[in-house]
Design a protein around this ligand. Structure first.
Ligand code: FAD
Length: 390
């Protein structure tokens, strides 16, 4: 092949696709507007000071050296699929195959500038840490954490609720350790009647026990009207006082997808088939949060699914180039797996199409999740061997 495989995005999906494609022996160029991979699942510990920003980041330059791919730090401006090229801020790149792994964007709510998200720009985790720090020094306050959906995403595969729960329980534990928990009011809010239901019925029931244990007041089933500097206002004009509001909006597709004329679903995510190939575009694949998970309304966009999609895409492209018949489907590997951390333990949650599991893991669960963070970073940097299937 004269032209390289170009991968847009240096997150979970993009880097896994780059590693696998290099292992198959291809020239690979990764484009990212950040010069580091952000390990979102363990970023929940930045606000409570269990991890610092660098612990949770992997410099892409180091990954590029270890795995031998070319790295371009630049912003993708347009995907010109008719001419097999992408337009970047400072240059253009031609490709033989294109993997789109640009993650997701978020919808906006009125007054959202008064909120902070643990699922947005990585730097926001530091802002949340600093505001929490100020409240700790003050010795009292109201903290509200919530999430919302995207009305245009009827299957809600892009709702990201887990980190909201994790952050709430971690903040409760953090304040308790400082001996000031009783001076704080912790609130959880979400517009849906049963937030967390995506994890399954059993985990949903257990969530209530978590709220009780960590003394969190809940405000669910009411639409959010707007955010104010020190308030969350609901549709019925009731409100909660809030010195720190952490809000994870519903997800939507990157505006670039529709602008570039790629097929997207109602929420703007790229439509792919089970091989992760973009509908109607034989040499373009979309992986990770950027892609619409079609036909599996119970599923969710997660990091391990992003990696499964990346491996599937790299394998299928390799098979096509090698004129081999066998193809793989990412659908076989769909599940929801979550180690829901609370600072002093965790609950292991697994949801498959027709089975749900929840195992409370006091203390050890927290260390298992920390161990995963260590493993993810060090195995990607080839400092330790990779466990098959992880
Ligand atoms: C707080 C939090 C906790 C989570 N916890 C878990 C968990 O416990 N388990 C789990 O499985 N999943 C978890 N997830 C979900 C998981 O992190 C995501 O599913 C995963 O990051 C998706 O990977 P991705 O590569 O598709 O997107 P991302 O990781 O978002 O990467 C997108 C990449 O695209 C780049 N990019 C975006 N726009 C442009 C542009 N215009 N030009 C160039 N580059 C661009 C970005 O810089 C980034 O490199 C969590 C997510 C969050 C936010």
């Amino acid at each position: 092949m004269e032209k390289p495989i170009v991968i847009l995005g240096g997150g979970f999906a993009g880097i896994e696709a780059a590693i696998k494609s290099k292992q198959y022996g291809y020239d690979v160029v990764v484009v990212s507007d950040r010069d580091y991979l952000f390990i979102y699942p363990v970023s929940i510990w930045i606000p409570v000071k269990k991890k610092n920003f660098n612990d949770v980041s992997i410099p892409l330059e180091k990954l590029a050296k270890k795995h031998g791919f070319e790295l371009v730090i630049d912003q993708v401006k347009k995907i010109d699929h008719e001419n097999n090229k992408v337009i970047l801020g400072n240059s253009e790149l031609e490709y033989s195959y294109l993997f789109i792994a640009l993650g997701m964007s978020k919808i906006t709510a009125p007054g959202q500038e008064h909120t902070h998200s643990i699922c947005g720009h990585p730097e926001e985790s530091i802002t949340i840490r600093d505001i929490l720090d100020k409240l700790v020094k003050q010795g009292k306050g109201n903290i509200s954490v919530g999430f919302g959906g995207n009305p245009k995403d009827p299957t809600a595969t892009a709702v990201r609720g887990g980190p909201a729960f994790e952050l709430l329980f971690n903040i409760s534990h953090y304040l308790k350790k400082k001996g000031i928990r009783k001076n704080f009011r912790l609130n959880f809010f979400a517009p849906m009647a049963e937030p967390g239901k995506r994890m399954g019925e059993k985990p949903l029931k257990k969530l209530g026990l978590f709220f009780e244990h960590y003394k969190v007041s809940t405000y669910v089933g009411k639409k959010i009207k707007r955010f104010e500097e020190d308030k969350v206002v609901f549709e019925d004009d009731s409100s909660i006082e809030s010195d720190l509001t952490i809000f994870i909006p519903g997800g939507k597709g990157h505006p670039l997808f529709e602008e570039s004329g790629l097929p997207v679903n109602a929420a703007g995510f790229i439509r792919i088939n089970e091989l992760t190939r973009v509908e109607g575009h034989p040499n373009i694949y979309a992986i990770g949060d950027a892609a619409a998970i079609l036909g599996h309304p119970w599923a969710a966009k997660q990091g391990h699914i992003a990696e499964v999609m990346a491996k599937t895409a790299a394998f299928n492209v390799h098979q096509e180039i090698s004129f081999k018949g066998k193809r793989k489907s990412y659908w076989e590997h769909l599940n929801i797996i979550c180690m829901m951390d609370s600072g002093d333990g965790a609950a292991y949650i697994k949801r498959e199409r027709s089975r749900e599991t929840i195992i409370p893991l006091p203390i050890i669960g927290h260390w298992l999740k920390k161990g995963w963070g260590f493993y993810y970073k060090n195995s990607k940097l080839k400092r330790m061997p990779r466990i098959p299937g992880m």
